[in-house]
Design a protein around this ligand. Structure first.
Ligand code: NAD
Length: 388
């Protein structure tokens, strides 16, 4: 395998977590004999500072010819007061749009070692969480016109939400295909009690299910209802299909149930194999520059990349097994820390996982330099393949 990968670290903790993902990719290359050509480009606030644009032309051009993109996070308070079309977050929206990446896949999975870190009641957390959130990514309110106008002596804001049948059809197929590979169940989220977009959404999703996926069990759920059900019984969900904004909000809730937003990877895909892979966290300005961010979501994004863009299944499992081993042995970044475990920095967590991917000998050598955990992860993992 010889792949060309564009790396965009972005702002805040983006450079810290993506550096650890790059470390994991480098050891995969070494262990399995692959060449990953990494080319770094800028986007987001750092790009505004250097070139005046959140998505410089050379960055977009490189993304359009790359095999895939590894992305960190963009944005921060420094740029919040810019006009909406100039803010760093626009970079990502434009990349997704120009690259035709309409499906965002977020595997919301709880590692059993981290039950204690979940805000759920222990008896709920103990049942685990294993759902795939499939979020539409290039339509809806984020891509409609946004206005603030003066009317009747005051400012009035509006954001247009629209969805076409074809936009709904293709994301519905993504969700149904995903369900075929999992447990055959899809919950489609809407606000059809109020929104026309949701009524069309529901109609189209049901038509695709009836005509093309009769064996998949499809259930509708209102957005407010699933927000509650996620807290009550997240184990019930297999594939959750949502439009753009509802998916953004619900995935924030769902990921926190697994212990930390820093644990969750994502893939943004279109019709081909090219994708953007990124942890779902933002730039976390409150902890940026302190080397305490959790890099596991970024590292697991590499596993998603190897599996989805390159079909490298053993390599993806090697990453997941490395993460499991480090968690089993009780090493934790502060966001998932608990009694008896050993706190490690972002870079040390990355080093441990990379060592575990490369060889047991290398892992033990790194672990020997750290204090020994007095209590290992509350519940050990099964084999890595059972988790992803
Ligand atoms: P955030 O995800 O950056 O942070 C939310 C909270 O989670 C913070 O307390 C942060 O410290 C913590 N956190 C996040 N990632 C973590 C990690 N890896 N390890 C440990 N703790 C972690 O969300 P926010 O605070 O709402 O947004 C901050 C900035 O990021 C904003 O400018 C926002 O627009 C931007 N943002 C960017 C993206 C993206 O680039 N894809 C996504 C979301 C938010």
């Amino acid at each position: 395998m010889n792949a060309k990968i564009v790396v965009i670290k972005g702002d805040g903790i983006g450079p810290e977590t993506v550096s650890e993902a790059m470390r994991a990719l480098a050891v995969i290359g070494k262990r399995f004999g692959h060449t990953f050509q990494l080319q770094e480009y800028e986007a987001g606030g750092c790009a505004i500072a250097h070139s005046g644009s959140c998505l410089p032309d050379d960055t977009l051009a490189a993304c359009l010819v790359a095999d895939c993109v590894l992305f960190g996070a963009v944005g921060g308070p420094k740029w919040d007061s810019l006009p909406q079309h100039l803010v760093p977050e626009r970079a990502l929206l434009t990349m997704r749009d120009k690259m035709g990446l309409y499906a965002n896949l977020r595997p919301i999975k709880m590692f059993p070692q981290l039950y204690h870190a979940s805000p759920l009641l222990p008896q709920v957390a103990a049942q685990g969480i294993d759902l795939m959130l499939v979020r539409e990514l290039t339509g809806g309110i984020y891509f409609g016109s946004h206005d603030i106008v003066l009317r009747g002596g005051q400012s009035v804001a509006s954001d247009l939400m629209s969805y076409s049948e074809s936009e709904i059809e293709r994301i519905a197929r993504t969700a149904f295909e995903m369900a075929k590979k999992r447990h055959g169940r899809v919950v489609s989220v809407d606000k059809s009690d109020v929104l026309s977009c949701s009524r069309l959404w529901k109609e189209v999703v049901h038509r695709i299910a009836r005509d093309e996926y009769p064996s998949i069990q499809l259930t509708d759920m209102l957005a407010d209802s699933i927000a509650m059900q996620l807290m009550r019984n997240p184990w019930q969900f297999d594939v959750v299909l949502t439009e753009n904004m509802l998916g953004d909000v619900l995935s924030g809730e769902a990921c926190m149930l697994t212990g930390s937003i820093g644990m969750i990877p994502s893939a943004s895909l279109g019709d081909g194999t090219v994708g953007i892979y990124e942890p779902i966290h933002g730039s976390a300005p409150d902890i940026a520059g302190q080397n305490i961010a959790n890099p596991i979501g970024a590292i697991l994004s590499i596993a998603m990349m190897l599996r989805s863009s390159f079909g490298l299944l053993a390599e993806a499992e090697a990453i997941e097994a490395g993460v499991n081993r480090v968690l089993d042995d009780g090493y934790r970044t502060v966001d998932i820390m608990s009694a008896g475990c050993v706190p490690v920095s972002c870079s040390k967590m990355g080093e441990l996982i990379a060592g575990a991917i490369l060889s047991s000998q290398m892992y033990r050598k790194i672990a020997r330099t750290l204090p020994q955990p007095s209590v290992q992860g509350s519940k050990k993992s099964k084999k890595a393949a059972d988790f992803f």
